[in-house]
Ligand binder design. Structure first.
Ligand code: IVH
Length: 712
């Protein structure tokens, strides 16, 4: 339907129009907006592969609405604003809802919520300083269901359809155990009632279903929402039942008594209605955890923000929160537009994914010579922060995703996880994209003679014989960092200046800086030179676990340094340790032991340590070193480990190699003998199996990375 060229043009146009704050309010803009909105609807609904976030779509939609509101003569019949949201197809019997189900207006931040609160007070004729009570609930991301009960029996279930007419799906609702077939509404004199709710599939149930479909050779569902909405509309209730759909209820839209009067008037507020539905056996969000009655809008804002952080660990997909005026009389006073109630608003979470262009690739050199490719991106907003670069990890990662310079990429950042590239959008390629070539030589070596090597089984290229000084520089930065000697005020930029000034040629030089000279540097002054002197004075007295960690010995990280410091009295005694003696120390494996032996057999290193010692750096175990009661959790030595799902920061081989280097044994299946399961994206049956065995420790990829950091 859309050629690759069309898609590129429409994507470029979307980005241009969404960031243009001075868009002309004319027919040309309206036509362009209409065209791109239709394109993105096709991507979303037909291709099931959205190219822009819901946020960007809403932004474009609102721009079109604004033009059409000002110049109604520009409204064309096929304008996206004229479409009533509908999921009706020919295949199902249609039913008319007892009262129309409206949509919700969206809000995106605290200011929007404050505006909403102001408008509620205005509509309800409350003073400006009044405190309105709200109920905040999750905005479930599934399929809407509308349930009708007559004389306590479920008589009909339907989809939302276009809001007025929905599709009958009673046969499917009857197999969902969370929807009571009978509910005692008559206890309160209610004879007919219409409830609204959401049909959802738990995230882990979804994984199980897809795994099963994979084994059966069926097409996989894209996400839990698609699986749920599709499940509502299967012809055969058995197919629907197999998806484990659950239904939450969140609104009583209509209720009447025997004599036809409005039974909603029996209730004072929304919260009371939901609790009542819970008592009747419906599934409702948990009070004070998933839903909360808030005294005022500032409590609402806090609750929404807290959930924005927690959304990833929730069992169900949610894309925001819904804020509703609690008191029903106040709701009536606010009323509705033809599109949405004025007493409710959706608070949409910030998009976790966005598309942007990959502009260039930098190759960074780490402290032990590892070359890491880092992509520079056209800056983009992701879950509230601007992201302008992202690690490409290594050559295998780049090849497996076929990432090229100039490509548009989908980037994701969820929770505290570092941003990563989910995929490339090949349909947006112009043909001018450039494959990423790994450098053959150290990128900082002007002579271009220092060949990088990728050792057998390693994921990374390394520069083993640094001549450009870059590795030393990274070692200096690490030496002063928080995890190592923790020298406050010695930032990367300051170290760079000191190195350029010719003051730093080894770690020892940090401890004989000339503070007179420093105080004369531009931007420094007496005060900061004094502060630096104090910080370095403090660092001289550090425990030897910090000293050991600060040396950048391969694999000797925080944790191993701590273990060794608990055993050794004097750093230079390590000259007399062989592999056997080192591996006798709890948790120290043979690879690390060999690295330590190599380091302490090198005369240069011994000279350096003696030099540091002569500058006053402590080399004797302190009380802190001796009392280091190292907990054994987190150690991989002697443990069995298995990786499952797609890892974002490693290839499978490099993750396994790293684990093996740290003493773990890689196994191939889940059994009682498995100690640790590391789960990546779209983990399936292995995760489910492991969850059933209580002794297995389940780690996310990020937790595994954190654990490894201690060892690096
Ligand atoms: S209240 C009059 N509450 O959001 C508005 N809707 O357009 C009645 N949704 O597709 C909706 N969670 O299915 C309400 N806690 C919640 C909701 C919720 C999800 C969905 C609903 C509809 C859309 C609103």
């Amino acid at each position: 339907m859309y050629t690759q060229e069309d898609q590129r043009r429409l994507y470029d146009l979307s980005k241009k129009l969404s960031s243009d704050d001075n868009l002309p309010q004319n027919s040309a803009s309206a036509l362009q907006l209409g065209e791109i909105l239709r394109y993105h609807e096709w991507r979303y609904y037909v291709q099931d592969d959205p190219q822009i976030s819901d946020y960007e779509y809403d932004l474009l939609f609102k721009k079109l609405e604004a033009i059409e509101n000002k110049f109604p003569e520009l409204i064309v019949p096929d304008s996206p604003t004229q479409r009533v949201g509908s999921d009706i197809s020919e295949a199902f019997k249609t039913v008319k809802h007892l009262i129309p189900m409206l949509s919700l207006e969206n809000s995106y931040n605290a200011e929007d919520l404050i505006d909403f609160d102001k408008s509620v007070k205005k509509l309800a004729d409350f003073p400006e300083d009044a405190q309105v009570e709200y109920v905040v609930e999750p905005k479930f991301d599934g399929g809407t269901i509308v349930l009708v009960y007559e004389n306590d029996n479920l008589v009909r279930a339907s989809t939302r359809g276009n809001g007025t007419i929905g599709e009958d799906m009673t046969h499917n609702a009857k197999v969902m155990h969370s929807i009571p077939l009978k509910a005692a509404f008559s206890g309160r004199g209610i004879t007919r009632v219409e409830l609204r709710g959401e049909a959802l599939i738990k995230k882990d149930t979804f994984d199980k279903i897809n795994k099963k479909r994979e084994a059966e050779g069926l097409q996989l569902f894209a996400n839990p929402r698609n699986a749920a909405t599709g499940g509502l509309r299967t012809k055969d209730a058995k197919d629907s039942a197999a998806r484990g759909i659950e239904a939450f209820v969140y609104q009583m839209g209509f209720a009447e008594t025997k004599d036809g009067s409005n039974a909603l008037l029996k209730f004072k507020n929304h919260h009371e209605i939901i609790e009542y539905l819970g008592e009747l056996g419906f599934k409702i969000p948990q009070n004070n955890i998933e839903t909360k009655v808030c005294k005022n809008i500032s409590e609402v804002i806090d609750f929404c923000n807290a959930w924005q952080e927690k959304r990833d660990i929730y069992d169900y997909e949610i894309d925001g929160m819904v804020v509703k005026v609690n008191d029903l009389q106040t709701q009536y006073a606010c009323g509705s537009t033809s599109h949405h109630p004025r007493w409710a608003v959706a608070f949409k979470f910030k998009a976790k994914q966005a598309t942007t262009q990959l502009l260039s690739v930098d190759f960074q050199v780490g402290k032990i010579g590892t070359i890491t490719p880092v992509a520079k991106l056209q800056p983009v907003q992701l879950a509230g922060v601007t992201v302008s670069s992202v690690s490409l990890h290594n050559e295998d990662f780049i090849n497996s995703k076929d990432i090229r310079i100039g490509d548009f990429v989908l980037v994701e950042r969820s929770g505290d996880v570092i941003p990563y590239i989910v995929k490339v959008l090949p349909e947006l390629r112009k043909g001018s994209e450039i494959p990423i070539r790994f450098p053959k030589f150290c990128p900082f070596d002007a002579t271009m003679t220092n060949v990088l090597v990728r050792e057998e089984g390693e994921a990374a290229y390394r520069c083993l014989n640094c001549i450009c000084g870059r590795q030393d520089f990274q070692k200096y930065v690490y030496h002063a960092s928080k995890d190592a000697m923790d020298i406050e005020g010695l930032s990367k930029a300051t170290i760079e200046r000191f190195v350029q000034a010719g003051w730093i040629h080894s770690f020892a030089d940090f401890y004989r800086l000339d503070y007179e000279k420093i105080s004369k540097l531009e931007g420094f002054g007496k005060r900061s030179a004094e502060n630096l002197k104090e910080a370095i004075e403090k660092a001289r007295k550090n425990s030897i676990q910090r000293v050991l960690n600060s040396l950048s010995i391969h694999h000797l990280g925080r944790r191993a340094s701590k273990l060794i410091a608990a055993e050794v009295d004097y750093v230079l005694d390590l000259q007399y340790y062989d592999v056997e003696k080192l591996t006798a120390i709890k948790e120290i494996g043979p690879v690390l032991a060999q690295n330590i032996v190599d380091y302490f057999s090198d005369e240069k290193n011994i000279t350096l340590l003696r030099d540091m010692e002569s500058c006053g750096v402590n080399m004797y175990a302190t009380e802190e070193d001796k009392k280091a009661a190292v907990s054994t959790t987190g150690s991989l030595l002697g443990k069995t480990i298995l990786f499952t799902g797609a890892l974002m920061q490693f290839t499978r081989e490099s993750a396994e190699k790293l684990a093996a280097e740290n003493g773990a044994t890689i196994v191939s299946g889940v059994s009682k003998n498995l100690n640790i399961l590391v789960v990546g994206e779209k983990a399936g049956s292995k995760l489910v199996k492991a969850q059933a065995i209580k002794t297995i420790q389940i780690l996310s990829e990020q937790e595994f990375v954190e654990l490894m950091k201690d060892w690096e």
